[in-house]
Design a protein around this ligand. Structure first.
Ligand code: NAP
Length: 254
């Protein structure tokens, strides 16, 4: 059977793995970075932890006789996506990517695009605000520089140590989040600014739609540049591309 390695850590990767494994004629392994403390159950065998850069990933592709690499990581996981493209080239293995389209602002949205968490801190300004941070624990340290704000932080893993600011509360939750629930959260907590990523997809769009309804401004971290590799926008599109990309010899099992 052709062996496919999916670089994951997203709900889309999990769905793609289930979809391809369900065919019965492909051997699927899902790769996780191993950062999340309680990862959700996956529908296929999982390997966990970094590979040791592009060279390490290229070596893994060779050792495991991988016929196709699929990058289905989060759009902000730029390092692993760059490594994936480089490793595929090094190992001579075809690559596909699942690139979820970014959200586009619509009428009523009040977005301020910024390039980094540090720029988001600047965009919040000097006056005290109540800020909803929908960011991971590796990204929120710069907000310690703006101690005047009150923060509500929602993340998958605990923020440890907590932010060194006088007023921060924490919500541990994993999407999907419903728009009405996010609307209630933003209203109940008196949120007047949101800082988040442009993740795309429906699972975390609720806060964006809720912010529009409440007239709350969103400071949106811009997406990083990703390598240009053959890609689909949805699980279905990528699943449909697999047979076109797989080496015919690998498909025959030679
Ligand atoms: P990153 O900065 O692009 O990658 C840093 C390093 O982590 C990589 O060089 C690689 O280490 C390792 N790594 C990342 N993803 C991996 C994977 N799927 N399998 C094996 N090793 C992986 O990544 P990140 O932004 O920290 O994201 C880490 C994971 O969380 C990814 O799986 C991503 O899909 C998921 N995630 C990220 C975000 C986000 O906002 N960044 C949001 C939701 C989920 P080596 O160089 O040693 O191979």
């Amino acid at each position: 059977m052709p062996r496919i390695l999916i670089l994951g850590g997203t709900a889309d990767a999990r769905r793609l793995a289930a979809r391809l494994a369900g065919r019965g004629d492909l051997s699927i392994t899902l790769s996780l970075a191993g950062r999340t403390e309680n990862p959700v159950a996956q529908p296929v065998p999982v390997r966990s932890g970094g590979f040791g850069g592009a060279e390490g990933l290229a070596a893994y592709l060779g050792q495991e006789r991988i016929s196709l690499l699929i990058d289905a990581t989060h759009p902000y996981a730029a390092q692993i996506s760059a490594n994936a493209a480089a490793a595929a080239a090094l190992a001579g293995v075809p690559i596909l990517a699942l690139r979820r389209p970014a959200w586009q602002a619509v009428e009523g949205d009040r977005w301020t695009p910024v390039d980094s968490a540090e720029a988001a801190v600047q965009a919040l300004g000097t006056a005290r605000r109540t800020v909803f941070l929908a960011l991971g624990r590796q990204e929120i340290a710069p907000f310690e520089a703006a101690r005047q704000h009150s923060y509500v932080v929602r993340s998958v893993d605990p923020i440890a140590p907590p932010l060194a600011v006088p007023d921060a509360t924490y919500i541990l939750a994993r999407g999907p989040f419903a728009e009405d629930d996010d609307l209630a959260l933003l209203a109940d907590r008196g949120i007047d600014a949101i800082v988040c990523k442009n993740s795309g997809g429906g699972a975390t769009y609720g806060k964006i739609a809720a912010a529009r309804r409440l007239g709350i401004g969103v400071i949106m971290l811009r997406r990083p540049a990703l390598p240009d590799v053959p890609s689909g926008k949805t699980v279905e599109q990528v699943a449909a591309m697999v047979d076109h990309v797989l080496d015919p010899a690998a498909k025959r099992g030679v």
